[in-house]
Design a protein around this ligand. Structure first.
Ligand code: PMV
Length: 369
């Protein structure tokens, strides 16, 4: 499919005023996306686990307006948050051609995260995907030629990608691929797809506990980090390596080869941070506690035979991934040993999930006075 497949077939008329609500989860990349080109197109394939409890709930209230141009107000956890509005307006600008009705309405976006705002967990993936799904749901309801469910989810992923690359991987689950790969049929740079392989039962309900090492905002944004890949001396090798890692990961996921899974996932996490440490300018997002946790994971595996492993996002927090059969052991180990490395002892227990959903279908509202 190309971009043109997502252009609307006919003009859409929504009611004067209405609302709907969507919920979308966060996701954690196993093979990392780091480096982009053009309109948020990835330089390599990434593969992620969709999470379940870490999600954003978004209510979208729309009202017809006369003036041309995009118009939005953003409310986060009940408070107007003007700081977020430029980002949403930029998003509307990028997606305008694919959902032109957006220009004729004023949108009030009420959004709430299940995870604490100051937890260092990025809400862009869950937030952008929830909003993208809400817009596609409007188009599906009022458009003259509704898309099949599969294509509608793809369109939501396509729009979400234009807001934040990793958001394209939050629409479905439990494993999502974004970025074209010769060995993954249906994979595309334009949108994420559910990984087409057969997931081995050992990965069912796989656990992800997020250890909050640093609850503050990132010191270097993801966009600044992606930009540094343009002149990175190791960029070409990194992009090639990611393609190989994606292929190896497929085999591990299918065969239930947790040892190989661990090797791929930990190498990916450390490679992401090594790339940051060797960018120009170089920077470091890990903290001493991040390293202490990594060492503790290796020691715990050596001593107990556990199959817990770690991965990292673009920050200091650590995601611990483990089979569901180890949930209790890993949780009590976190409580007893690892929680001291967490800011205010904070961690979030999550597991694999199935992606974004419409939680309240569209309904019309009386016109505001
Ligand atoms: O979606 P962005 O632009 O915030 O980039 C996210 C990149 C990583 O989280 C570091 C890796 C990934 O694939 O999610």
């Amino acid at each position: 499919m190309t971009e043109t497949a997502f252009l609307p077939q006919a003009p859409i008329e929504l009611p004067e005023r209405g609302q709907l609500a969507c919920q979308s989860p966060s996701n954690i990349a196993l093979v990392k996306y780091w480096g982009k080109h053009g309109d948020q197109l990835p330089c390599n394939t990434s593969i992620s686990f969709t999470l379940s409890h870490c999600h954003t709930q978004t209510r979208l209230i729309f009202e017809k307006k006369k003036e041309a141009g995009f118009s939005v107000e953003v409310w986060l956890a009940g408070e107007r948050t003007p700081d977020f509005e430029p980002k949403i307006l930029q998003f509307f600008n990028r997606i305008g051609a694919y959902v032109p009705f957006v220009e004729s309405y004023h949108f009030r976006v009420e959004t709430e995260n299940s995870f604490p705002h100051s937890s260092g967990i990025a809400s862009s993936a869950s937030g952008m995907s929830a909003l993208a799904l809400a817009l596609v749901a409007l188009e599906q309801k009022y458009g003259l030629a509704p898309l099949s469910e599969e294509v509608a989810t793809r369109k939501a992923s396509f729009l979400a990608r234009l807001g934040s690359g990793s958001a394209s991987r939050s629409l479905s689950g439990p494993v999502v691929v974004w970025g074209e790969h010769a060995q993954i049929s249906g994979s595309s740079d334009l949108y994420g797809i559910p990984w087409p392989g057969k997931l081995h039962p050992v990965f069912e309900n796989y656990g992800d506990t997020i250890l909050i090492v640093d609850a503050g905002p990132k010191t270097v944004s993801s966009s600044a980090g992606h930009d540094l890949m343009h002149n990175h001396p190791f960029a070409a090798q990194r992009f090639e390596q990611a393609q190989q890692q994606a292929d190896r990961l497929q085999t591990a996921l299918e065969q239930g080869d947790v040892a190989r899974f661990i090797e791929i996932v930990e190498l990916e996490a450390l490679t992401l941070h090594a790339i940051m440490m060797t960018s120009q300018p170089y920077y470091l997002l890990m903290r001493p506690a991040t390293l202490q946790i990594i060492q503790a994971v290796w020691q715990f595996r050596r001593e107990t035979g556990s199959r817990v492993c770690f991965t990292l996002d673009a920050g200091a927090n650590v995601h611990l991934l483990y089979p569901s059969s180890e949930r209790e052991t890993v949780t009590s180990w976190i409580q007893q040993v690892l929680s001291v490395y967490c800011e205010n002892g904070q961690y979030i227990t999550d597991q694999l999930g199935s992606g974004a959903v419409i939680t309240e279908p569209v309904r019309e509202l009386p016109i505001a006075q």
